[in-house]
Design a protein around this ligand. Sequence first.
Ligand code: CTP
Ligand code: MG
Length: 179
Amino acid sequence: MLWIVITTLWLFLPAYTPNNFAVLLGGGKPLDLGKKFIDGKRIFGDGKTFRGFFAGFFGGIITGLIQYRIESFFGFKFFTSLNFNSAITLFLLLSTGSLAGDVTGSFIKRRIGLERGERAILLDQLDFLIAAILLSSLHEDFHRLYTPEIIVIAILITPILHVLTNFIAYLLRFKDVPW
Ligand code: CTP
Ligand code: MG
């Protein structure tokens, strides 16, 4: 059981870290340029910035590349069961999916009238993961690496992990609110 949880974390790590990189390095110009949607509310809000997006995008890919190196070094095979280019494509899909899901989550939050930083249980914790799964399922090797069991475990443990890491980010004052 512990083993499959660790495997799940390993396989989804390039989808987890983009959010952390965005929190650490984000800020500045918002992705929606301050513009409002037809309902008069912000499209995404000030919490989704260009810098956060790019930091997250490269952060996720770098995470994957480091994992690839670690696997080659220690000789275990998850991402290294793919050739290098195919692995990079997977990291790109995981990272982009994660960020796209996060932005989509904010879009939904604004539409239901939640302000930037307000809490949306499950949406905050799973938006990025669901989008990362959907986008990376386009990869030809996705279903071989990410079995239904791995996906179910990811959906179950991610909210716990997300709450925990956000609380740490809040304690370290990287985030204004602990969610
Ligand atoms: N962040 C960023 N750019 C992104 C994603 C996140 O700059 N694309 C930074 C912002 O400083 C943001 C913080 O990371 O405030 C925390 O991210 P998150 O909790 O996703 O955003 P919220 O501020 O809670 O906004 P929302 O209500 O839209 O989720
Ligand atoms: Mg938030």
